[in-house]
Design a protein around this ligand. Sequence first.
Ligand SMILES: Nc1nc2c(ncn2[C@@H]2O[C@H](COP(=O)(O)OP(=O)(O)OP(=O)(O)O)[C@@H](O)[C@H]2O)c(=O)[nH]1
Ligand SMILES: [Mg+2]
Length: 435
Amino acid sequence: MDQGVDRSAAPVAGVSVVVPTFNEAGNVPLLLNRLGQVAAGAGLREVVFVDDSTDDTPRIIHEHASRSELPVRLLHRRAGERIGGLSGAVVAGLHAARWPWVVVMDGDLQHPPEDVPRLLQGREGMDLVVASRYCAGGAADGLADTRRRLVSRAARALAAATFPRRLAECSDTMTGFFAVRRAALDLPALRPSGFKILLEILGRHQLRVSEVPFRFAHRHSGQSKAQLTQGVRFAQQLWRMRWDAWNAGLLRRVGAFAVVGLVCLVIDVALFNALLPWGKPLTAKFVAATVAVVVSYVLNARWTWPQRTTASRSRQLALFAAVSGVGIGVAELCLLVSHYGLGLDSALADNVSANVFGLALGMLWRFVAYERWVFPRAGAPVQPGAAIEPVSDPGGPTGAPEHGPSQRRRRATRILCGLPAQVPGAGRPVPERSA
Ligand SMILES: Nc1nc2c(ncn2[C@@H]2O[C@H](COP(=O)(O)OP(=O)(O)OP(=O)(O)O)[C@@H](O)[C@H]2O)c(=O)[nH]1
Ligand SMILES: [Mg+2]
């Protein structure tokens, strides 16, 4: 899922601001103005509008970009090109952004630009900083009415129940206001759809997350685009993410576990037979089984549960051996029940009970026990109200990798304007791109 993602802490440098817009002509001028006022202090280097508007928002962006303190870039997606709606727009913006950190925020001023510096101050040592309405100090005043508040609460509860480990501690998984270290994201792994891009990001990555409280303001101008159909999309998104996580993870682990089991069986049998000529079959079996358990531990730790590290390898190996021992006990128990309990004492019956049922149940026990106790999941660390430190602003690009959009998305987006930087040290020249 997040393979190939750079986990090192990138040097903190410039910031791109990505703003998805859909008919926000009445908000763009004030948004640019207010962002411009905090730009220098917060290290903002560009604003990327990803616009799906059907009104004159693109024209307004053009007009006001020339007066903006910040370089402005506009990706306008025409009808037929608006892949993934709002979430797709944010992902397109993440692809287009030029700086190592990206702030994602709404274009209707419900996410106050004045909070951007504080949001970015929470990024030290983190991959993602969430602006939360629901942690201490936050407020959701701007949610239109009680119905919206209830829907928001239910959606958060459902998401937390679906991803108890990854999301439970993040107090606002539905917010569209966050800052993310772009190199920590595996953008092609995202399947954007609907309104909840943060949920998609959290559900498909293991990120270091902190939270900063903010007050969700009232919409400045224009109309909300949130509709009932977003609820259906949200449920579909949750289901798809859960399914993908389960499918990709569990099936792969079961497959690796089975292969390791086979390899270790071969080692066990081969070693036992190699040692038999010494004339000490009990010792031979003990040595062969011990070697097989150690090899099984090493291979399972490396292939089946590679991401699940532990503080103490020796303790983990001891637990692994104990679970394996119980697994052998399970096979013995099957044989005991069938041979002595049920009186099925033929060679065939013994083989079926010990080597079919016993082996299968033993394997099942071992897989579940390894998964749960020997190689448990760590869970995503979330640090609400993380330490706030002054933002550094070295003032130049850090050579952030270009996450160029896919060919398909390249065609689907067009940059209509790229204006020169007016912030000291801001921005590389923004190339014009056409579809
Ligand atoms: N590019 C793009 N932007 C969108 C789309 N839908 C909504 N937006 C933008 O996403 C942001 C959030 O949308 P809103 O309609 O304000 O949704 P909301 O904040 O959840 O709802 P309200 O609280 O009622 O405002 C705004 O900047 C919208 O203009 C879309 O399909 N494409
Ligand atoms: Mg809004």
